[in-house]
Design a protein around this ligand. Sequence first.
Ligand SMILES: Cc1ncc(COP(=O)(O)O)c(C=O)c1O
Length: 418
Amino acid sequence: MASAGSSSPFLDMSTGTSAGSPAPWQRAATGANLLSPNGDLGVTIFEEMTTLAMSTGSINLGQGFPDEDGPAEIKAAAQEAMASGANQYAPGKGVPALRDAIAAHQGRFYGLNPDPDTEVLVTTGATEAIAATLLALIQPGDEVLTFEPFYDSYGAIIGMAGAKHVTAPLLAPDFMPDLTALEDAFSSRTKVVLLNNPHNPTGAVFPELVLAKIVDLATKYQAIIVSDEVYEHLTFGVAHIPITSLPGAAERTITISSAGKTFSFTGWKIGWLTGPEHLVAAVRTVKQFLTYSSGTPFQSAIAVGLGLPDEFYTGIASTLRNKRDILAEGLRAAGFGVYNPSGTYFINVDTAPLGIRDSVDLARRLPGLVGVAAIPVPVFCHPEGAERTRSLLRFAFCKKTEVLEEAAGRLATLKDRL
Ligand SMILES: Cc1ncc(COP(=O)(O)O)c(C=O)c1O
């Protein structure tokens, strides 16, 4: 069942902006994280949980960032680039070596051949790629379709663009969409289908059947597919299929990725997108007025990273799979219902087996109870979806093994403290 955008359970417009009335983009926005559960503008649940984690000395499995740096040779390449004077504006499209490396990566892993000059654009993280793409492609009144739960920046940018956010639910236990509900969510006003695969927060990796259905529907309704694939290399025993590789998809698809997730350099904010020339040109036009360009020496370094041997890529997936299993075991021992993810570095649990209906309430109490912080899944939803996911909690497992083992040990004591 599709649900059109409306205010989130955490949006309390009566206590909205200091000026008294919310800005148009805040009114239109349907993302759940623009305001905190307390209605304070600008304090998201992520900040709230991080602050709580710090003040209680908790292990922070809320925000999704690795606690270890990526490969030394990538860091050395950045230092070398800085030392050799690569410190001024990069070209708006991105440093040529990085655009070449992105095109080569698409060929090596997926048999795709984007032209590095016209079909590749380097961005300030995937975040800017998402923002520039949506701002380039949608007009007020258009509909943008995403799965629900959805990554928090989607709702915010769709709202800023004045578009309507329509969602199709992903359903536990495997977080796949009901294909009839997906079809029902499309309309003649659907301008963009914003896909996230592998999917944050659920950890779902969508099979060809689901992707083919999206391509069919996008073609039928003449919608553009924007596919956020930042976790493309973080899958566990299932292949990641870029939707653009399916028949009929390439001409209408922009694919987004990021060095932050693959190489564990989230602070460098190097992202990129690939797609047909006319779509990339439209996004580039917007992007030049957002940041123009950024991170010159980091761009050169990520070009080196993308050329790392296959063992690097298989290694990050198997290391992460091991971490997933450590945390999953701890969560099971704690009494949660565990949904094992096929990709990303997030794991979702059901709090209901512990007799807890409300994951927002538990997320607030968990740091005090056992010294671990997590994010409630309803914050990634509109009200209807928040109700459906009310007892789900998301934990990040992109942390050192010993940190996860300590968290698992702490969580095992939860039942006795409730
Ligand atoms: C699905 C998804 N897209 C985009 C991003 C942002 O990527 P970046 O840090 O490269 O801007 C994230 C980060 O958590 C994410 O989970």
